[in-house]
Every structure is written in C-alpha cells, then in structure tokens.
Design a protein around this ligand. Structure first.
Ligand SMILES: Cc1cc2nc3c(=O)[nH]c(=O)nc-3n(C[C@H](O)[C@H](O)[C@H](O)COP(=O)(O)OP(=O)(O)OC[C@H]3O[C@@H](n4cnc5c(N)ncnc54)[C@H](O)[C@@H]3O)c2cc1C
Length: 456
C-alpha cells in the first residue's frame, strides 16, 4: 500500500464490504491485530455471516468439506468441531454437516466478537449496500445505497463472485422472463413452476438445485459441455504431494495421474492441494489459460466433491428419472408459449435435441462471468479504473499482498480484495481451508500498512 501524505487519526478505520465468510473473518482478524482499529462491516443481505453459501435452509444442502477442515481459524483446526460439540452436536471430524449449521457457526462468531468488551464500539455493522468508494484527502469515502457514507483508511472488497452471465444462446426474452432464475443461491422454491425444468450446469450448484427442486412435480434436465458430475467424497488416507514436474498444466496432469495410479485419485488430489496455489502462480498466463480450457472441468469434478449422502440422493434422483444429465452444447434457448424451448447438441454423438421447459435455472457457477459484471460497486470502480479484471477474467487483479491493481497497472491506495474475486492470482480462493489463511494474512498486511502510514 502506498504511503499517504497525512497524519493518521488515532483510530484508523477499515471498511470491509461483504459480510460473508471472507469479510467476517477479515474483520475478526483486524480487530485482533490492532486493539485501536475500528472495523465497519457492510452487508446488503438480510443476515451477516452467511454469505451466499451458508444462507440455505435446506438441511440436504451439506458442506462439501469435512468438519475437520472447516475451522474458521488456521491456527485452531479444532475450532468448528469444538463449537459443534459444545452444542451437543456429535458430528465427528469426518462428517459433512449442513451448510445452514455452518452459517450458525459464523453468526455465533460474529455475536461473540460484537459482544466482546474489548471490541466495544470497534465493530460496526452497516446493514446496507456499498455502492461507491471515493478517494479524498488521502482517505476513502464509502458510499452506501441508503444515502449515508463514512470515511475509511483502507477498504477490503469481500463481495464474493458475481452471478454467472446468461447461458450461451439465451435470447433477451429468456433473460427477462420471470421463470428464468439467474441467481440459483437465492432461489425461491415456490416460484419455480412444475414440469420439466432446464438447469444449465452440472456442478455443485446444479446439485443444490436438484436436491431442492426434483420431485414435487418437477423433472430436471441438467446440461453441461461434458455432462460430468462432481465425484463423491470417500475414505482417504493423507498422501504426500506427488513427485514430478508441474511446470505446465500438461505436466502437472501427468504427474497427478501417475500419483493417482499409485495412491488413489482422492489421495493424489488431496496430496497436491497444499501446493496448487504455488503451482498456479508459477504458470505464466498462457499456461493458466490452457489449464482453464483443457483441464479445469476435470480438476473441478475431482476437487469439489459431494458428501456421500448427497451422492446417494443424486443417484436416486437419476435412477427414478427425476434428474437427467446431458453432456451437450447448448445452441439456443428461446421463449415459447408459457415456457422455453432449448436446442442442444449431445456431445457423445452430435445428435440435436429440442425440448420444451417450464423454467430455466442458471447454475453455471463462477465460470464465464467477467469480474466487473454482476456487482454494481465493482462495476463502478472498474469504470473509473480503480480496479481491473485479471488477465483471465476470473476476478480482479491483485498483488501477492491482495492489494487491488488499477487500470494503469499500479496498486490502488488502500484498496484490497479477498475471496473468490482473487482467483486469477491464487486459484484456490473459494473454500474455507484457503480463505481462512488469506483473511488472516490480509488483516496482518493492512495492520502493517496502517502502522507504516502512522509512522510516516
Ligand atoms: C452454494 C455454495 C456452496 C459452498 N459450499 C462450500 C463448502 O461446503 N465448504 C467450503 O469451504 N466452501 C464452500 N463454498 C465456497 C464459499 O463460497 C466460500 O467458502 C465462502 O463462503 C466465500 O465467502 P465470501 O465471503 O468470499 O463470499 P460470499 O459468501 O459470496 O459473500 C459475499 C457477501 O458480500 C455481500 N456483498 C456483495 N456486494 C456487496 C456490496 N456492494 N455491499 C454490501 N454487501 C455486499 C453479499 O451479500 C455476500 O453476503 C460454497 C459456495 C457456494 C456458492
């Protein structure tokens, strides 16, 4: 962070925009790093702490990471398990509990830190949407949708990733229709009509939709290029990272496959996990692009797995014909009568299929959406050149220290990002085991940078 020509006030203020896992944990680490710091946590959704992933009330929506790996704190690996035990929940370390339960955990962390006398007046919850940030006199002014604004010495964008862009071939009528659902995470089940429902995507978000919607008079057709479902979790034994070259995605894949033959695929993938960020960072942009084009789907289905109970339920839905998966290229979706007509080409045999649907749900996840779209604040900052997309369009360009890079290529003073938006830099920035490390590191960086300013 560049030093500014001013004297810092006795208590610096850090604005954290986004109160999901990343924002909440950054706020907590900041409060712990500096006993004088004031943190303003801004969240536009009804509840702080839950973000997109942990607001679901469906008990079938399980974490896709075991209890043992979901502690919010990197230096206290037993923290989540202990929280569950203290509430009489006997889920063991290898269990997969509901995402709603994990949201309860994050909310209880928030309550604990709000009530802590050491934090009195230092953790301010702003229930509003941040719509703009301006730089005046070396400080930032964070503007909120309801018209208020406040000053900050640094701001963290912890806004999650934007919703996916509309599916390829969807005409304007589809996107404008009340029966097109662009944000699967806030799906109001009652508003999805019965009948044949088209789900675009076949990853974990599609699985969520299937668990919520299949049955009840609805049959789901899920489409994705490869038609691959996430693999299932299963018993694993820890394995060392594989030996062999990872200098290019192709070499990394060969190394991983050789290791999988020796120790099993789950062990091989889990074994390389601690090194994936370093491997990603060692690849030049063209190699990263090659990985996204040729290997991402394969990696994702092995890396982001379903809890065994979810796998069993999905197999059941497929067996009774309530869920059908197509490996297909979607050619066109248009409105037809009360519903939609989709034309797609089956990857296996090139066969063209046209079907009618009552609703379309976009479950394409984070792919295919440029970073600046889907979030008004980020879009506004991008237009002003304060932030810019990373070269692969996965999120925002950030430095190794998570400082946001502007249109000129220089870091933007006092502006940081954490969470899925920083995927272009680190790749592994979507799940708790990585985010808990990034949030702790970011808090230390901000603390150090504010201290430098004070000393200047
Ligand atoms: C469906 C789903 C299931 C997942 N399951 C798991 C799992 O089992 N285990 C795991 O480790 N990870 C899981 N993940 C990954 C998960 O996204 C991360 O673990 C983590 O929750 C990301 O948190 P975040 O705070 O970065 O982003 P988000 O959770 O997206 O939170 C961002 C927050 O910012 C708010 N916001 C955005 N813009 C503004 C603004 N301008 N002003 C105010 N507020 C704003 C949003 O309302 C939102 O609450 C899952 C993700 C999804 C989508």
């Amino acid at each position: 962070m560049s030093t500014r020509d001013r004297t810092a006030p006795a208590s610096s203020t850090v604005a954290v925009v986004g109160g999901g896992f990343s924002g909440l944990l950054t706020a907590i680490h900041l409060l712990q790093a500096d006993p004088d710091l004031i943190v303003r946590l801004v969240e536009r959704a009804p509840q702080f702490g839950r973000g997109r992933a942990y607001r679901t009330e469906n008990p079938d929506h399980l974490l896709n990471v075991r209890v043992a790996n979901m502690s919010a704190f990197p230096d206290r690996p037993d923290h989540f398990a202990a929280w569950l035990r203290a509430r009489g929940d006997c889920a063991g370390p290898s269990a997969f509990v509901s995402r709603n339960r994990y949201g309860d955990y994050l909310q209880s962390l928030l309550r604990e830190h709000v009530r802590d006398p050491d934090n009195a007046g230092r953790l301010l919850l702003e229930h509003d949407e941040a719509v703009d940030i301006e730089w005046t006199d070396g400080r930032q002014v964070v503007k909120l949708a309801l018209g208020r604004s406040f000053e900050a010495d640094a701001t963290v964008l912890a806004v999650g990733s934007p919703p996916p862009s509309p599916p390829h071939g969807a005409d304007d009528g589809v996107v404008a229709s009340a029966n097109y659902f662009a944000e699967p995470w806030t799906l109001d089940l009652a508003s999805v009509p019965q009948g044949d429902v088209l789900v675009v995507g076949s990853g974990l978000t599609m699985i969520d939709a299937a668990l919520s919607l299949a049955g009840e008079g609805r049959r789901l057709t899920a489409l994705s290029r490869h038609g691959l479902l996430p693999r299932s979790h299963g018993p694993t034994t820890p394995s060392d990272p594989p030996e062999g070259s990872t200098a290019t995605p192709l070499q990394a894949l060969r190394t991983l496959r050789a290791q999988a033959r020796k120790v099993g695929w789950r062990e091989a993938v889990d074994g390389i996990r601690p090194r994936t960020a370093a491997i990603w960072m060692s690849w030049p942009v063209d190699e990263r692009r090659r990985f996204l084009r040729h290997a991402q789907t394969w990696w994702d289905v092995h890396r982001h797995r379903m809890a065994p109970a979810v796998t069993a339920r999905v197999s059941e839905l497929i067996a009774v014909g309530q869920l059908e998966i197509f490996g297909s290229r979607l050619e066109r979706i248009r409105t037809a009568g009360d519903g939609f007509e989709a034309t797609f080409r089956r990857s296996a045999d090139g066969h063209w299929i046209t079907r009618r649907f009552t609703a379309v749900i976009n479950c394409m996840g984070m792919r295919g959406s440029p970073s600046a779209e889907g979030n008004d604040l980020v879009a506004r900052l991008a237009r002003r050149g304060v932030v810019r997309a990373d070269p692969l369009g996965l999120g925002l360009e950030v430095s190794d220290a998570l400082q946001v890079v502007g249109a000129t290529g220089a870091p933007t003073a006092g502006l940081f990002a954490v969470g899925p938006l920083t995927r272009g830099a680190f790749w592994e920035t979507v799940a708790t085991p990585d985010l808990r490390i990034h949030t702790a590191r970011l808090a230390r960086t901000i603390f150090e940078s504010l201290r430098t300013v004070e000393a200047a």
